[in-house]
Write a protein that binds this ligand. Structure first.
Ligand SMILES: [Zn+2]
Length: 493
């Protein structure tokens, strides 16, 4: 929002995220969820096809995953919750209702901490996390001969476990909304309950946005925005919407409570449905499923399975003296964070020093390797944490120079051989003995009369060019401190 508008109005944003769980089977039947790429309607059975007379059975893995999510989001896990039927008619719904949770969700009253650059961390409330089932997928087509539209139904997705995570209207800017989504996705991936990939549709977000005059408490009329397929789209749609609403309010017009869709190509939201047309879902308790009673023992068992979460890891790394950037990047994914921890654990000596060395390598050479191709994954790296720690140890002990260590790392990523074997094969051990280097230094000084004369005339910087020549001659294997001493001695004569 422009500053003039921002000083007049405050934006209020709440987000609803639908997230597919990575269970092996669907929510209420034994059908496999591995339908990606499968032929339409091949992962189906009478339950997920919505046939009458069949009974659903609750997927225990899904209940464990939603409990895990609730705990990671600091929610209260209900001892007693139940399933309800949400009734509406649309061709993607096989039964004419969706099994969801209405008044008694599994998780309530949690929070997630966000931290937008340049601002203090802030807690965003989580109203609830509830369990439901996904719908079938509709494919819209046009008949070539008649030009008429028609739709195909693929039931494979129908009945897949879906979790809805509803935030409080606590966000105030599009940047905060984006940060909330980034951190939520990170947590879901850390605890391994969802792939949480927005582009692939297993992490979908709807936003509620309204404006109110600064200094007032009452919420303005909210608009729901749908059809955003990336974090950038969520940010841009909210930014567009707050300007649209501010302009209407300044003209004295009223905001219509409605659902609007984001049109990415045009960078605008358009009206889809007003409140009058909104569905009345007529929720009622699902008679075919028993209530969900989660014992405290079960909840504690799930809590024990939680990994150390990203925010806690970041704080731990900051405590070891790493920078905000280093701690943030190292903990971006659980895989990289686990790898880094294992490297540091394998390094001897003082912890802060080991963390700094580990960070330099994991963000430097390992990061370069990861970024060299789009689909690279740290799990495919042939250099194990123990092997990297051994290489770092050799560079620290000056068995090899820093330049050679990088070369050895690259060879390790190709062959998977340990560092000592590569150093041995290629004869890369550091030339430390002055006897070995004296002859080379003498030759280099003789071959470079100009920098030699410059240095003798008092130009200290000329030494660097001679250093470079020695390093080139020794393929980076010379100990720089020894070379410097020898050069000074040679040039003093
Ligand atoms: Zn099924």
């Amino acid at each position: 929002m422009t500053t003039a508008v921002a000083s007049e109005f405050e934006t209020v944003i709440g987000l609803e995220v639908h997230c597919q769980l990575i269970t092996k089977s669907k929510m209420f039947c034994a059908c496999s969820t591995a339908y990606s790429g499968a032929a339409p309607n091949t992962h189906v059975c009478p339950v997920c096809m919505g046939m009458p007379g069949v009974l659903p059975v609750i997927n225990e893995q899904a209940i464990e995953y939603i409990t895990m999510t609730g705990l990671a989001l600091n929610c209260h896990i209900a001892e007693f919750s139940k399933f309800d039927r949400k009734n509406y008619h649309y061709p993607d719904l096989m039964k004419g209702y969706q099994v969801s949770q209405y008044d008694l969700p599994v998780c309530k009253n949690g929070w997630l901490e966000i931290e937008v650059e340049g601002q203090a961390p802030r807690r965003i409330g989580i109203t609830r996390v509830h369990m439901e089932e996904d719908t079938a997928r509709l494919l819209h087509r046009t008949d070539d001969a008649t030009g008429e539209g028609y739709s195909l139904v693929d039931v494979n997705r129908s009945g897949s476990p879906l979790m809805e995570i509803v935030s409080e209207p606590d966000m105030r800017t599009p940047a905060e909304a984006r940060d909330y989504l980034v951190r939520l996705r990170q947590i879901l991936r850390y605890i391994g309950v969802s792939e949480a990939n927005m582009e692939e549709g297993n992490f979908r977000c709807d936003a509620n946005v309204s404006l109110r005059r600064r200094g007032t408490e009452a919420f303005g009329t909210k608009v729901e925005i749908k059809n955003m397929n990336s974090f950038r789209a969520v940010h841009d749609a909210l930014a567009f919407e707050e300007i649209r609403q501010a302009e209407l309010l300044r003209q004295g017009a009223t905001i219509v409570q409605e659902t609007r869709g984001w049109v990415d190509e045009r960078q605008v939201t358009v009206s889809q449905r007003s409140k009058e047309e909104a569905n009345d879902y007529r929720y009622f308790p699902e008679p075919d499923l028993p209530p969900l009673e989660l014992s405290r023992e079960f909840v504690e068992r799930v809590r024990a399975k939680l990994p150390e979460l990203p925010a806690v890891r970041r704080a731990r790394l900051l405590g070891l003296g790493l920078s905000e950037y280093e701690a943030g990047t190292l903990t971006e994914s659980r895989e990289r964070s686990d790898y880094f921890d294992a490297v540091v654990a394998a390094l001897p000596g003082e912890r802060a020093r080991a963390a700094k060395l580990g960070a330099n390598w994991v963000l430097g050479e390992v990061g370069r390797w990861l970024n060299a191709a789009a689909d690279r994954d740290i799990a495919a790296l042939k250099v194990t944490p123990a092997m990297l720690a051994e290489l770092i140890g050799m560079a620290e002990a000056k068995t090899i120079t820093g330049a050679v260590a990088k070369e050895v790392f690259e060879k390790m990523t190709e062959s998977g051989q340990p560092a000592p074997a590569i150093v041995e094969q290629l004869g890369l051990a550091q030339m430390g003995g002055s006897g070995e280097l004296e002859g080379i230094v003498r030759t280099v000084v003789a071959a470079n009369p100009k920098p030699a004369a410059d240095f003798r005339a008092g130009k200290e910087a000329a030494l660097n060019s001679l250093m470079g020549a020695v390093m080139k001659e020794t393929r980076g294997r010379a100990n720089p401190d020894v070379v410097k001493d020898l050069l000074r001695k040679e040039l003093a004569e």
